[in-house]
Design a binder for this molecule. Structure first.
Ligand SMILES: [Mn+2]
Length: 302
């Protein structure tokens, strides 16, 4: 029902608030690419479902006490690396088109929120930020899974390997909400002393947010959100659901603190795989995107 084959994209929050590209501060970039998911399929339909759900959101944000959408000046980009309409391109080609598109948006001074699509896309986005500036940044990863395998099912660009590719770029990471890793990843976490915020430990530590914030070694951060990091009772529409994820208010508090204490250079929201006849996953993901926009808009004084 929400999975349409039209290439026309509903702008985020609907056409009434749509800014021109030139005037925009925030650019929503849909990347409906799916090639390496292994369990439940469908994340190539995630961006459209999220965008189609977004006009149901209220413009007014009660936490921030403002209608953020006007000052954010949101422009929704056309989809890139769309496996539904362009056919299956290789992971290398997907990373290339992602890198080129995001590089242009960075050059134009836009705050980019990319929508996936499988998590492997994040390597192309992060690479664009790395190439744009020599200043280091930390990649904050909200996720159920470590995604730190060197290779999976014969590919180093599998979605289960994306954070390993980020580590290969020499960037520090802060994985949050992790509750499913293999032995190879557990060994890597110990060897590299990666400051993983394990979901099991977060559940019994009321100070996990400040503990997490204090481990971020750089002023600049990029936030990648695999929506399976959130509890699957809130977003059941994912490819690989894991019990015990972040609850909504803990996630909001954490994100708000990150925006208040650090300079967020970009974000992505990945792996939404809508369920037919249920809108809860895409609506929750759309609200998450609007909260990211709201926190950035408020933190930057827009
Ligand atoms: Mn992931």
């Amino acid at each position: 029902m929400l999975v349409q084959t039209s290439t026309s994209v509903v702008p985020f929050l609907g056409s009434e608030i749509k800014a021109s590209y030139e005037a925009s501060r925030v650019v929503i970039l849909p990347i409906p690419y799916e090639a390496t998911t292994t369990y439940r399929k469908g994340c190539e339909n995630g961006p459209d479902a999220l965008l189609e759900a977004s006009p149901q959101l209220e413009y007014y944000d009660d936490e921030l006490d403002r209608e953020t959408c006007w000052d954010a000046r949101i422009y929704t980009h056309c989809a890139i690396a769309d496996t539904r309409h362009e056919g299956l391109i290789s992971s290398e080609e997907m990373l290339q088109v992602t890198r080129e598109t995001v590089s242009q948006l960075i050059q134009d001074g836009k705050f980019v929120i990319a929508l996936g699509g499988e998590h492997s896309i994040t390597a192309g986005i992060v690479d664009a930020y790395r190439l744009a500036s020599p200043e280091p940044f930390t990649v904050i990863q909200i996720d159920a899974h470590g995604d730190m395998r060197h290779e999976y099912e014969g590919s180093i660009h599998n979605h289960a390997c994306v954070m390993r590719r980020v580590l290969d770029m020499g960037l520090p990471t802060l994985p949050v909400g992790i509750r499913s890793v293999c032995k190879e990843e557990a060994d890597l976490v110990k060897a590299k002393q990666i400051p993983v915020m394990w979901a099991r430990e977060m559940a019994s530590d009321p100070n996990w947010i400040e503990r997490a914030i204090s481990t971020i070694p750089t002023e600049r951060v990029f936030i990648t959100i695999d929506v399976d990091g959130i509890d699957p009772s809130l977003i059941p529409g994912v490819g690989t659901p894991e019990p015990g994820g972040l609850n909504w208010y803990a996630l909001m508090t954490f994100l708000r603190r990150v925006f208040e204490t650090h300079q967020v250079i970009g974000c992505d929201v990945m792996e939404l795989a809508p369920i037919v006849d249920s809108v809860v996953s895409q609506f929750t993901a759309a609200k998450l995107v609007y909260k990211l926009i709201g926190y950035q808009t408020t933190a930057r004084g827009w």
